[in-house]
Design a binder for this molecule. Sequence first.
Ligand code: ADP
Ligand code: MG
Length: 305
Amino acid sequence: IPSAVVAAIVTACGQGIIVTGGINTLEKLEKSKTVVFDKTGTLTHAKLDVDDLDLIPEWEMDKDMIWEYVCAIESEAIDDHPIARAILGARLRELGVRWTERQGLLNIRNDVFDSGKGVKGEVQLENQPWRHIAVGSHRYFKDINITGTPESIRNGTMGRIVVLLAVDEKYAASFFVADAVKEDAPDVMKQLMQAGYQCGMLTGDTRESAERVSQQLGLPIIQSGALPDEKQAHIQSLQDSDNIVTMVGDGLNDAPSLAAAGVGVGLQKDSTTAIAGGAVVIVNTRLGSLIDLFKIARMTMDQVR
Ligand code: ADP
Ligand code: MG
C-alpha cells in the first residue's frame, strides 16, 4: 500500500470519515463527477415538535395514547429511518426521559418495516387490547388499505413531511415533520457545482417536499416518490465505466442505492449501524465532510501517480 494512501486514510479517520476499500475507493472518488443525494436525513434534519399533530375527533381525548402508539411502532424502525428517530426524539424530550428507560415497557408483535413507506405491527398498551398500528406515507396507507385517510391536509403542509397514523386499519392522526435543510447544505452544493460536479436529488418523499428542498439548494430533482429499489435502479442506470456515481445517503434505509453506486457515502451520527456495501462512512452528519473527502481523494491520487 502506498504510504500516501495510508496517510490519507488516517487523516480522513481523524475527521470522522471512515474509508473502506483503500486506494480503490479513493481512485473512484477522484474520477466521480456525479453526486446523487438522498433527501431526508441527508440534505435535511428531520425534526418534529410534539404539537405538530392533527387528530381526528374520536382520538382528541386520548392524545397521549396516540403518542404511545406511534412511538411504540416507530421504536421498531429506529435503526431504519430518520423519521422514526424524529418522532421518538420529540416524545422523549417532552417526557424528559431517556430511551433506555422506555425500551423494556413496550409490547409489540408482528411488526413489519416497509422501507421507503412506513412501518406497521400490533401494539399493546397497559390495560388496553392489542391494536393494529400503522405509520407511514399516503402511498403506504393506500397499499395496506387504511380507511378514512384525508386526501389533503387542513391548512396545508407548509413543506413538512406528513406522517399518517392508523389504529385498527382506520386513519387516526397526522404528524408533521419539519424537514429543515442542514445549515451547511447550501454552501456544500454551491462548492460542488462550481467545481463541476453534476449533482441531483433522489427521494422517496413527495414532489412537494422535494421541490422545496430543491429550490433552497438549487439542486435538480432526479426523482421524487422513489421506492428504495427504484432509487437503486436509477443509480444503476446513471452508472457506467465512464461515469462513476457517488451516492450520499443517511446510511439507514439507503443501503441498496449506496451499494449500487460506484462509491456509497453514508452520513450517520454513530457507527453502530454499518452500511452494507457503503465504501465510506462519515461518522457525523456534516455535509461538509463530503468536500473534505473529495479533497483527500484528489490529493492522494496526485501523490500516488
Ligand atoms: P428519502 O428518500 O427522502 O430519505 P424515504 O424513501 O426514506 O425518503 O421515505 C419516504 C417516505 O416514506 C417518507 O417521507 C415517509 O412519508 C415514509 N416513511 C418511511 N419510513 C417511515 C417511518 N418509519 N415512519 C413514518 N413514515 C415513514
Ligand atoms: Mg433517507
